[in-house]
Design a protein around this ligand. Structure first.
Ligand code: M6R
Length: 366
């Protein structure tokens, strides 16, 4: 059942070229280009004209929501908010008729996410569910939506469901941006192609497996980790830190890289590994200068970079390179080494990576 892998987590990490492909298949045609998503198509007008979009989710799914916020705002020019379902449901939020609420959930059973959309539905919002488990409660309560088709995820730490959520949310954004005209035809075409190329590129990232295993051995005894990113990679930093906490019980924090100087930089010394998610994008120069700030304080730098980057390897202690990709789709690549790093540190510490202590696969209590 683990398909020859030692753990479900590793199997699921390695499944990602296929799960992302399955998610795009039958929906994305990069040649035309065209994106067909029947559930979303039915509500395309309402989404295009929505005064705003609110994404509700928890945990890793919330991180996918944060990336989607940046993608939707960029391509659709619709204001997006991302909320923890637990906060949203209890704080009497303003929800108006016509608002679009997107619930993101692997299990489709997370109690807080479910109640959040039930409440919003009563207030007249349109509810879209981006869910992995077919026929789950969140899928049933939603007006429409799109399944992530990642297959059963057994490992408690979400991996393949996350990249599938990103693939679906990106397709939704491109589709709406294209329909609305806020995304130029050239850009739509280019991004469809970028998306179609992702499964193959994920395959290439997975070839770094041994290098990441070696990194894990080197850093496994660190007491704390910091994960930093900017732009589309900021939520990837949050996700990397969450993976490490769950699987290795090492304290880790994710931050927007530029926030460092507003406090957390005080933590940096020669014992602190700092993971930079720093693939080539519009923020590259900025993140390089954040890296210099860490280096000046003797932090150990591990950087996820784009192949061919000549600058960061001169600054970082260790680098893992991923193939070049448009910044909008890059998180589906940059997160993979972070999943593997958490996995291999967990293994090096002899922990139960598939079933970390205190955690359940789906949180059906509030
Ligand atoms: O099933 P959901 O996507 O609604 O679950 C949300 C979170 O409970 C989940 O992502 C959790 O944070 C994972 N353990 C992360 O790896």
């Amino acid at each position: 059942e683990k398909g020859g892998y030692e753990h479900f987590m590793l199997k699921e990490i390695f499944e990602q070229p296929n799960t992302i492909y399955d998610c795009l298949r039958g929906r994305l045609d990069a040649n035309v280009p065209n994106i067909v998503m029947s559930g979303i198509d039915k509500y395309a007008q309402q989404i295009m004209n929505a005064p705003r979009i609110i994404i509700v989710a928890c945990g890793t799914s919330w991180h996918a929501g944060l990336i989607a916020e940046y993608i939707i705002e960029e391509t659709c020019r619709i204001p997006v908010e991302v909320e923890y379902a637990s906060e949203f449901r209890y704080r009497n939020p303003v929800v108006n008729k016509g608002d679009v609420i997107i619930a993101v959930s692997q299990s489709g059973e997370t109690a807080d996410t479910l109640v959040a959309i039930e409440n919003a539905k009563e207030k007249g919002a349109i509810i879209l569910g981006i869910v992995n488990v077919v026929g789950s409660s969140i899928a049933r309560v939603s007006h429409a939506g799109a399944y992530t088709h990642a297959g059963p995820e057994i490992g408690v730490a979400s991996t393949k469901a996350f990249t599938a959520q990103l693939a679906v949310l990106t397709m939704v954004a491109l589709k709406i941006g294209h329909a609305k005209g806020s995304l130029s035809i050239e850009r739509f075409q280019a991004l469809c192609k970028e998306l179609a190329d992702i499964p193959e590129k994920v395959e290439l990232v997975l070839q770094q497996n041994e290098a990441i295993k070696a990194l894990a051995k080197k850093y496994k005894d660190a007491r704390d980790f910091l994960y930093l990113g900017r732009g589309y990679n900021f939520p990837v930093a949050l996700e990397g830190a969450l993976k490490l906490k769950e699987i290795t019980y090492i304290h880790a924090e994710g931050y927007a890289a530029a926030e460092m100087k507003h406090g957390p930089i005080a933590l940096v010394d020669e014992n602190l590994p700092v993971v930079f998610v720093a693939t080539k994008d519009a923020y590259h120069e900025k993140i390089v200068s954040n890296m210099q700030e860490i280096k000046a304080r003797k932090g150990k730098i591990i950087a996820i970079i784009t192949e061919g980057d000549a600058v960061i390897p001169t600054l970082a202690d260790d680098v893992i390179a991923v193939p070049a990709a448009d910044e909008i789709v890059a998180p589906m690549l940059s997160v993979i080494p972070l999943q593997l790093l958490a996995y291999y540190i967990g293994i090096a510490k002899d922990l139960d990576v598939d079933k970390p202590r205190n955690l359940a696969k789906s949180v059906t209590v509030e």
